[in-house]
Write a new protein. Structure first.
Length: 135
């Protein structure tokens, strides 16, 4: 399990490639923001998290807990879910909007990208919020 990466996962790369092809420009893993979001749109004050279903406790077939060592996995996954909630709340308080895209949603990439497009609006220029991010 220690070899599982936190950045540049398959679902994250697929989403990033699709968004870039559509004309969106973004930053990755912004250190200044709570939770270091996977994809950051500074000018829009919006972030996208690409969550692995297992690690973040999604209620789908990929998010099922293992049958062994429940005394370890249940608290771990619950702590991850609590951390995710704290992160999204901290971002909201700082004036950022968040969208979570699940690993299982990326299996239908067109649908996942459509929901992100709806969240972001059309590609192109956005308000001057990028200046606040640079500070």
């Amino acid at each position: 399990m220690q070899s599982v990466g936190q950045k540049d996962t398959g679902p994250e790369l697929a989403v990033r490639r699709a968004l870039h092809r559509l004309g969106y420009r973004f930053r990755l893993h912004a250190k200044k923001l709570p939770g270091r979001p996977d994809i950051v749109f500074p000018s829009r004050h919006k972030v996208v998290f690409i969550h692995g279903c297992f690690w973040h406790g999604h209620n789908c077939s990929k998010g099922k807990l293992p049958k062994s060592r429940n005394e370890y996995w249940i608290p771990k996954i619950e702590a991850n879910k609590a951390r995710d909630e704290r992160t999204i709340n901290a971002l909201r308080e700082a004036g950022w909007e968040s969208l979570v895209v699940w690993q299982c949603q990326v299996a239908d990439l067109d649908s996942a990208v459509a929901s992100i497009r709806h969240f972001l609006g059309p590609p192109g220029t956005a308000p001057e919020a990028a200046e606040k991010f640079a500070e």
